[in-house]
Design a protein around this ligand. Structure first.
Ligand SMILES: *Cc1c(COP(=O)(O)O)cnc(C)c1O
Length: 387
Protein backbone atom coordinates (compact mmCIF):
# COMPACT_ATOMS: atom_id res chain seq x y z
CA UNK A 1 0.00 0.00 0.00
CA UNK A 2 1.23 3.49 -0.73
CA UNK A 3 1.58 5.36 2.54
CA UNK A 4 1.99 9.08 3.05
CA UNK A 5 5.56 10.40 2.94
CA UNK A 6 4.84 11.92 6.34
CA UNK A 7 4.86 8.52 8.05
CA UNK A 8 7.42 6.68 5.93
CA UNK A 9 10.17 9.08 6.96
CA UNK A 10 9.51 8.49 10.66
CA UNK A 11 11.25 5.75 12.67
CA UNK A 12 9.21 3.63 15.11
CA UNK A 13 10.12 4.08 18.77
CA UNK A 14 13.14 1.84 19.45
CA UNK A 15 12.69 1.98 23.22
CA UNK A 16 9.22 0.49 22.93
CA UNK A 17 10.51 -2.16 20.47
CA UNK A 18 13.32 -3.42 22.73
CA UNK A 19 11.08 -3.45 25.79
CA UNK A 20 8.55 -5.54 23.83
CA UNK A 21 11.23 -8.01 22.73
CA UNK A 22 12.51 -8.41 26.30
CA UNK A 23 8.95 -8.96 27.53
CA UNK A 24 8.34 -11.60 24.87
CA UNK A 25 11.56 -13.43 25.88
CA UNK A 26 10.43 -13.31 29.51
CA UNK A 27 7.05 -14.72 28.52
CA UNK A 28 8.89 -17.64 26.88
CA UNK A 29 10.37 -18.34 30.30
CA UNK A 30 13.83 -16.87 29.70
CA UNK A 31 15.53 -15.13 32.61
CA UNK A 32 15.91 -11.62 31.17
CA UNK A 33 17.43 -8.69 33.06
CA UNK A 34 15.65 -5.74 31.53
CA UNK A 35 17.03 -2.22 31.67
CA UNK A 36 15.05 -1.06 28.71
CA UNK A 37 11.87 0.30 30.27
CA UNK A 38 11.49 4.02 30.52
CA UNK A 39 9.09 3.77 33.42
CA UNK A 40 9.10 3.40 37.20
CA UNK A 41 8.65 -0.20 38.38
CA UNK A 42 6.28 0.97 41.14
CA UNK A 43 2.52 0.83 41.13
CA UNK A 44 0.58 4.10 41.15
CA UNK A 45 0.20 5.32 44.76
CA UNK A 46 -3.03 4.19 46.42
CA UNK A 47 -4.56 7.64 47.09
CA UNK A 48 -4.30 8.49 43.38
CA UNK A 49 -6.07 5.30 42.35
CA UNK A 50 -8.78 5.89 44.94
CA UNK A 51 -9.44 9.39 43.61
CA UNK A 52 -9.88 8.03 40.08
CA UNK A 53 -12.18 5.25 41.32
CA UNK A 54 -14.28 7.76 43.20
CA UNK A 55 -14.52 9.92 40.08
CA UNK A 56 -15.60 6.89 38.08
CA UNK A 57 -18.32 6.08 40.62
CA UNK A 58 -19.27 9.73 40.65
CA UNK A 59 -20.10 9.64 36.93
CA UNK A 60 -16.98 11.35 35.56
CA UNK A 61 -17.42 9.11 32.55
CA UNK A 62 -18.50 11.58 29.91
CA UNK A 63 -16.85 13.93 27.45
CA UNK A 64 -15.15 16.81 29.16
CA UNK A 65 -13.66 20.00 27.74
CA UNK A 66 -10.96 19.21 25.14
CA UNK A 67 -8.58 21.46 27.08
CA UNK A 68 -9.01 19.40 30.26
CA UNK A 69 -10.94 19.44 33.55
CA UNK A 70 -10.89 22.94 35.08
CA UNK A 71 -9.93 21.57 38.50
CA UNK A 72 -6.85 19.87 37.13
CA UNK A 73 -5.79 22.86 35.06
CA UNK A 74 -6.10 24.99 38.17
CA UNK A 75 -4.08 22.51 40.26
CA UNK A 76 -1.33 22.44 37.62
CA UNK A 77 -1.17 26.24 37.37
CA UNK A 78 -0.88 26.33 41.16
CA UNK A 79 1.93 23.74 41.09
CA UNK A 80 3.82 25.66 38.40
CA UNK A 81 3.55 28.86 40.42
CA UNK A 82 4.58 27.42 43.75
CA UNK A 83 7.11 24.72 42.76
CA UNK A 84 8.63 26.39 39.72
CA UNK A 85 8.12 30.13 40.05
CA UNK A 86 6.21 30.25 36.75
CA UNK A 87 3.37 32.73 36.78
CA UNK A 88 0.74 30.66 34.98
CA UNK A 89 -3.04 30.65 35.39
CA UNK A 90 -5.44 27.90 34.37
CA UNK A 91 -5.75 29.52 30.90
CA UNK A 92 -2.08 28.80 30.31
CA UNK A 93 -2.52 25.04 30.74
CA UNK A 94 -3.86 22.24 28.54
CA UNK A 95 -4.15 18.59 29.62
CA UNK A 96 -2.72 16.16 27.07
CA UNK A 97 -2.61 12.43 26.51
CA UNK A 98 0.74 12.04 28.23
CA UNK A 99 3.76 14.29 28.08
CA UNK A 100 4.37 12.80 24.67
CA UNK A 101 1.24 14.32 23.17
CA UNK A 102 2.01 17.70 24.71
CA UNK A 103 5.25 17.83 22.72
CA UNK A 104 3.70 16.39 19.58
CA UNK A 105 0.90 18.94 19.63
CA UNK A 106 3.30 21.77 20.30
CA UNK A 107 5.27 20.91 17.15
CA UNK A 108 2.04 20.70 15.17
CA UNK A 109 0.86 24.17 16.11
CA UNK A 110 4.26 25.86 15.99
CA UNK A 111 6.11 24.65 12.92
CA UNK A 112 5.80 25.51 9.27
CA UNK A 113 7.66 23.54 6.60
CA UNK A 114 11.39 24.12 6.91
CA UNK A 115 11.27 25.63 10.40
CA UNK A 116 14.23 24.45 12.43
CA UNK A 117 14.19 22.99 15.92
CA UNK A 118 17.45 22.62 17.82
CA UNK A 119 17.66 19.29 19.63
CA UNK A 120 20.63 18.58 21.89
CA UNK A 121 21.88 14.99 21.54
CA UNK A 122 21.61 12.55 23.21
CA UNK A 123 17.90 13.29 23.00
CA UNK A 124 14.65 11.59 23.91
CA UNK A 125 13.78 9.37 20.93
CA UNK A 126 10.58 11.11 19.99
CA UNK A 127 11.76 14.72 19.61
CA UNK A 128 13.23 14.55 16.10
CA UNK A 129 10.38 12.40 14.80
CA UNK A 130 7.77 14.79 16.20
CA UNK A 131 9.51 17.69 14.49
CA UNK A 132 9.56 15.79 11.19
CA UNK A 133 5.89 14.83 11.53
CA UNK A 134 5.11 18.54 11.79
CA UNK A 135 7.12 19.32 8.65
CA UNK A 136 9.95 20.91 10.59
CA UNK A 137 13.66 20.21 10.43
CA UNK A 138 15.42 18.78 13.47
CA UNK A 139 18.87 20.31 13.95
CA UNK A 140 20.82 17.91 16.13
CA UNK A 141 23.67 19.32 18.21
CA UNK A 142 25.99 16.75 19.75
CA UNK A 143 27.29 16.71 23.29
CA UNK A 144 29.81 14.20 24.60
CA UNK A 145 30.20 12.03 27.68
CA UNK A 146 33.43 13.93 28.50
CA UNK A 147 31.41 17.17 28.73
CA UNK A 148 28.75 15.42 30.86
CA UNK A 149 26.42 15.32 27.86
CA UNK A 150 25.66 19.02 28.18
CA UNK A 151 25.58 21.65 25.46
CA UNK A 152 27.35 24.94 25.93
CA UNK A 153 25.57 28.22 25.16
CA UNK A 154 28.12 28.70 22.34
CA UNK A 155 27.06 25.43 20.71
CA UNK A 156 23.44 26.53 20.77
CA UNK A 157 24.33 29.97 19.45
CA UNK A 158 26.20 28.39 16.53
CA UNK A 159 23.25 26.19 15.61
CA UNK A 160 20.82 29.13 15.39
CA UNK A 161 19.84 30.31 11.90
CA UNK A 162 17.09 32.66 10.67
CA UNK A 163 14.87 29.55 10.41
CA UNK A 164 15.28 28.49 14.06
CA UNK A 165 12.00 28.56 15.97
CA UNK A 166 12.61 26.43 19.00
CA UNK A 167 15.14 24.76 21.30
CA UNK A 168 14.15 21.54 23.01
CA UNK A 169 15.54 21.54 26.54
CA UNK A 170 15.28 18.45 28.76
CA UNK A 171 16.85 18.57 32.19
CA UNK A 172 17.01 16.12 33.96
CA UNK A 173 17.63 14.28 30.73
CA UNK A 174 16.37 11.07 29.28
CA UNK A 175 18.61 9.23 28.27
CA UNK A 176 21.70 10.64 30.02
CA UNK A 177 20.41 11.58 33.48
CA UNK A 178 22.30 14.87 33.22
CA UNK A 179 21.01 17.94 35.03
CA UNK A 180 22.04 21.45 34.00
CA UNK A 181 23.10 23.63 36.93
CA UNK A 182 21.14 26.84 37.57
CA UNK A 183 24.02 28.89 36.14
CA UNK A 184 24.10 26.79 32.99
CA UNK A 185 20.33 27.19 32.62
CA UNK A 186 20.69 30.97 32.95
CA UNK A 187 23.38 31.07 30.27
CA UNK A 188 21.19 29.10 27.87
CA UNK A 189 18.20 31.33 28.62
CA UNK A 190 20.29 34.32 27.61
CA UNK A 191 21.01 32.79 24.17
CA UNK A 192 17.28 32.16 23.67
CA UNK A 193 16.32 35.71 24.58
CA UNK A 194 19.18 37.30 22.62
CA UNK A 195 18.17 35.41 19.49
CA UNK A 196 14.44 35.73 20.11
CA UNK A 197 13.64 32.04 19.68
CA UNK A 198 11.40 29.80 21.80
CA UNK A 199 12.27 27.00 24.20
CA UNK A 200 10.22 24.00 25.19
CA UNK A 201 11.34 22.78 28.59
CA UNK A 202 10.53 19.12 29.12
CA UNK A 203 10.50 18.92 32.91
CA UNK A 204 9.01 15.47 33.33
CA UNK A 205 11.92 14.35 35.57
CA UNK A 206 12.16 17.53 37.66
CA UNK A 207 11.46 15.70 40.94
CA UNK A 208 13.91 12.88 40.29
CA UNK A 209 17.19 14.45 41.42
CA UNK A 210 20.16 13.10 43.38
CA UNK A 211 22.87 14.54 45.58
CA UNK A 212 23.31 18.27 45.13
CA UNK A 213 21.51 18.47 41.77
CA UNK A 214 18.99 21.31 41.55
CA UNK A 215 16.19 21.91 39.09
CA UNK A 216 15.67 25.43 37.79
CA UNK A 217 12.71 25.97 35.46
CA UNK A 218 14.19 27.98 32.63
CA UNK A 219 11.05 30.12 32.29
CA UNK A 220 11.34 31.35 35.87
CA UNK A 221 14.55 33.30 35.27
CA UNK A 222 12.86 36.50 34.12
CA UNK A 223 10.01 37.99 32.07
CA UNK A 224 11.85 37.88 28.73
CA UNK A 225 12.58 34.15 28.89
CA UNK A 226 9.17 33.43 30.45
CA UNK A 227 7.43 34.81 27.33
CA UNK A 228 9.48 32.48 25.16
CA UNK A 229 9.05 29.34 27.27
CA UNK A 230 6.65 26.45 26.94
CA UNK A 231 6.65 23.76 29.63
CA UNK A 232 5.99 20.14 28.68
CA UNK A 233 5.28 17.94 31.65
CA UNK A 234 3.38 14.92 32.87
CA UNK A 235 2.49 12.59 35.70
CA UNK A 236 4.05 9.39 34.35
CA UNK A 237 7.49 9.50 35.90
CA UNK A 238 7.15 11.19 39.29
CA UNK A 239 3.89 9.45 40.24
CA UNK A 240 4.34 6.10 38.47
CA UNK A 241 1.38 6.82 36.20
CA UNK A 242 2.74 5.87 32.78
CA UNK A 243 -0.37 3.97 31.68
CA UNK A 244 -2.75 6.73 32.71
CA UNK A 245 -1.65 8.91 29.80
CA UNK A 246 -1.67 12.22 31.58
CA UNK A 247 0.51 15.14 30.63
CA UNK A 248 0.23 18.85 30.10
CA UNK A 249 1.58 21.81 28.23
CA UNK A 250 1.85 25.27 29.80
CA UNK A 251 2.64 28.44 27.91
CA UNK A 252 1.28 31.63 26.37
CA UNK A 253 -2.53 31.67 26.13
CA UNK A 254 -2.64 31.99 22.32
CA UNK A 255 -0.49 28.88 21.97
CA UNK A 256 -2.64 26.91 24.42
CA UNK A 257 -5.72 27.99 22.43
CA UNK A 258 -4.14 26.66 19.24
CA UNK A 259 -3.33 23.33 20.89
CA UNK A 260 -6.91 23.20 22.19
CA UNK A 261 -8.22 23.61 18.64
CA UNK A 262 -5.94 20.80 17.47
CA UNK A 263 -7.05 18.51 20.29
CA UNK A 264 -10.71 19.37 19.73
CA UNK A 265 -10.36 17.97 16.19
CA UNK A 266 -8.16 15.02 17.06
CA UNK A 267 -8.10 13.33 20.47
CA UNK A 268 -10.54 15.53 22.45
CA UNK A 269 -10.23 15.36 26.23
CA UNK A 270 -7.96 12.99 28.13
CA UNK A 271 -9.89 10.22 29.97
CA UNK A 272 -12.13 12.19 32.31
CA UNK A 273 -11.90 10.12 35.50
CA UNK A 274 -8.12 9.71 35.08
CA UNK A 275 -7.77 13.47 35.38
CA UNK A 276 -9.18 13.24 38.91
CA UNK A 277 -6.35 10.89 39.80
CA UNK A 278 -3.95 13.59 38.61
CA UNK A 279 -5.60 16.18 40.85
CA UNK A 280 -5.03 13.84 43.80
CA UNK A 281 -1.41 13.37 42.73
CA UNK A 282 -0.79 17.12 42.88
CA UNK A 283 -2.90 17.96 45.91
CA UNK A 284 -2.16 14.88 48.04
CA UNK A 285 0.91 14.09 50.08
CA UNK A 286 4.17 14.08 48.11
CA UNK A 287 5.65 11.33 50.31
CA UNK A 288 5.12 8.78 47.54
CA UNK A 289 7.52 10.70 45.31
CA UNK A 290 10.14 10.67 48.07
CA UNK A 291 9.70 6.93 48.66
CA UNK A 292 10.33 6.14 45.01
CA UNK A 293 13.20 8.60 44.87
CA UNK A 294 14.90 6.88 47.79
CA UNK A 295 14.74 3.54 45.98
CA UNK A 296 16.05 5.08 42.75
CA UNK A 297 18.88 6.76 44.66
CA UNK A 298 20.11 3.46 46.07
CA UNK A 299 19.89 1.74 42.69
CA UNK A 300 21.68 4.59 40.96
CA UNK A 301 24.76 4.06 43.12
CA UNK A 302 24.81 0.32 42.45
CA UNK A 303 24.32 0.89 38.73
CA UNK A 304 26.97 3.60 38.45
CA UNK A 305 29.59 1.81 40.55
CA UNK A 306 28.95 -1.40 38.65
CA UNK A 307 29.27 0.27 35.27
CA UNK A 308 32.46 2.16 35.95
CA UNK A 309 34.10 -0.96 37.33
CA UNK A 310 33.70 -2.76 33.98
CA UNK A 311 36.81 -2.41 31.80
CA UNK A 312 35.98 -0.62 28.55
CA UNK A 313 32.90 1.14 29.94
CA UNK A 314 32.87 4.88 30.59
CA UNK A 315 29.94 6.54 32.32
CA UNK A 316 29.58 10.07 33.67
CA UNK A 317 27.54 10.30 36.86
CA UNK A 318 23.84 10.78 36.15
CA UNK A 319 22.32 13.39 38.49
CA UNK A 320 18.64 12.89 37.76
CA UNK A 321 15.95 10.72 36.13
CA UNK A 322 16.55 6.94 36.32
CA UNK A 323 18.94 6.23 33.49
CA UNK A 324 22.63 5.71 33.00
CA UNK A 325 24.08 6.22 29.53
CA UNK A 326 27.39 4.38 29.49
CA UNK A 327 29.77 4.62 26.58
CA UNK A 328 30.62 1.11 25.37
CA UNK A 329 32.27 2.26 22.15
CA UNK A 330 35.49 0.44 23.05
CA UNK A 331 33.70 -2.82 22.31
CA UNK A 332 33.94 -1.84 18.65
CA UNK A 333 30.31 -2.69 17.86
CA UNK A 334 27.56 -0.33 16.79
CA UNK A 335 25.00 0.19 19.56
CA UNK A 336 22.30 -1.85 17.78
CA UNK A 337 24.56 -4.85 17.30
CA UNK A 338 25.82 -4.43 20.86
CA UNK A 339 22.31 -4.48 22.32
CA UNK A 340 21.08 -7.30 20.07
CA UNK A 341 23.99 -9.52 21.05
CA UNK A 342 23.71 -8.54 24.72
CA UNK A 343 20.07 -9.57 24.68
CA UNK A 344 20.59 -12.79 22.73
CA UNK A 345 23.79 -13.98 24.41
CA UNK A 346 23.32 -12.73 27.98
CA UNK A 347 19.59 -12.00 28.15
CA UNK A 348 20.21 -8.40 29.15
CA UNK A 349 18.00 -5.74 27.59
CA UNK A 350 19.39 -2.24 27.08
CA UNK A 351 18.46 0.36 24.48
CA UNK A 352 20.90 1.19 21.66
CA UNK A 353 22.24 4.70 22.01
CA UNK A 354 21.77 5.36 18.31
CA UNK A 355 18.04 5.73 19.05
CA UNK A 356 19.03 8.79 21.12
CA UNK A 357 21.57 10.08 18.62
CA UNK A 358 24.74 8.48 20.03
CA UNK A 359 25.93 5.18 18.59
CA UNK A 360 28.73 4.66 21.15
CA UNK A 361 26.42 4.44 24.16
CA UNK A 362 23.59 2.32 25.48
CA UNK A 363 20.79 3.37 27.82
CA UNK A 364 20.37 1.42 31.03
CA UNK A 365 17.28 2.22 33.07
CA UNK A 366 17.66 1.51 36.78
CA UNK A 367 13.94 1.65 37.45
CA UNK A 368 14.15 -2.00 38.40
CA UNK A 369 15.03 -3.99 41.53
CA UNK A 370 18.54 -4.19 42.96
CA UNK A 371 18.90 -7.92 42.37
CA UNK A 372 18.23 -7.44 38.65
CA UNK A 373 20.71 -4.57 38.52
CA UNK A 374 23.44 -6.61 40.18
CA UNK A 375 22.85 -9.67 38.03
CA UNK A 376 22.56 -7.60 34.84
CA UNK A 377 25.81 -5.77 35.55
CA UNK A 378 27.66 -8.99 36.08
CA UNK A 379 26.32 -10.30 32.76
CA UNK A 380 27.30 -7.06 31.05
CA UNK A 381 30.82 -7.41 32.47
CA UNK A 382 31.01 -10.95 31.18
CA UNK A 383 29.73 -9.82 27.78
CA UNK A 384 32.35 -7.05 27.56
CA UNK A 385 35.01 -9.58 28.55
CA UNK A 386 33.92 -11.95 25.79
CA UNK A 387 34.36 -9.41 22.99
C1 LIG B 1 8.56 9.66 29.54
C2 LIG B 1 8.92 10.94 28.91
C3 LIG B 1 7.96 11.85 28.43
C4 LIG B 1 6.48 11.66 28.41
O1 LIG B 1 5.97 10.47 28.70
P1 LIG B 1 4.39 10.24 28.78
O2 LIG B 1 4.30 8.82 29.21
O3 LIG B 1 3.83 10.50 27.43
O4 LIG B 1 3.85 11.19 29.79
C5 LIG B 1 8.39 13.05 27.91
N1 LIG B 1 9.69 13.36 27.85
C6 LIG B 1 10.63 12.52 28.29
C7 LIG B 1 12.04 12.95 28.20
C8 LIG B 1 10.29 11.28 28.82
O5 LIG B 1 11.25 10.45 29.23
Amino acid sequence: MKLAARITQVAPSMTLAIAAKAKAMKAEGLDVCSFSAGEPDFDTPEHIKIAAKLALDDGKTRYGPAVGEPGLREAIAQKLRSDNGLNYQKENVIITNGGKQSLYNLMQVLLDPGDEVIIPAPYWVSYPEMVKLAGGKPVIVQSTAEKDFKLTPEQIQQAITPKTRLLVFNSPSNPTGMVYTPDEVRAIAKVIVDNDILVVSDEIYEKILYGDAEHLSIGSIGPEIFKRTIVAHGFAKAYAMTGWRLGYLAGPVELIKAVTTLQSQSTSNVCTFAQYGAIAALEGSQDCVQTMLKAFAQRRIVMLEGLISIPGVYCPEPKGAFYAFPNVGQAGLGSIEFCERLLEEKHVAAVPGVAFGNDSCIRMSYATDLATIEEGLSRLASFMGSL
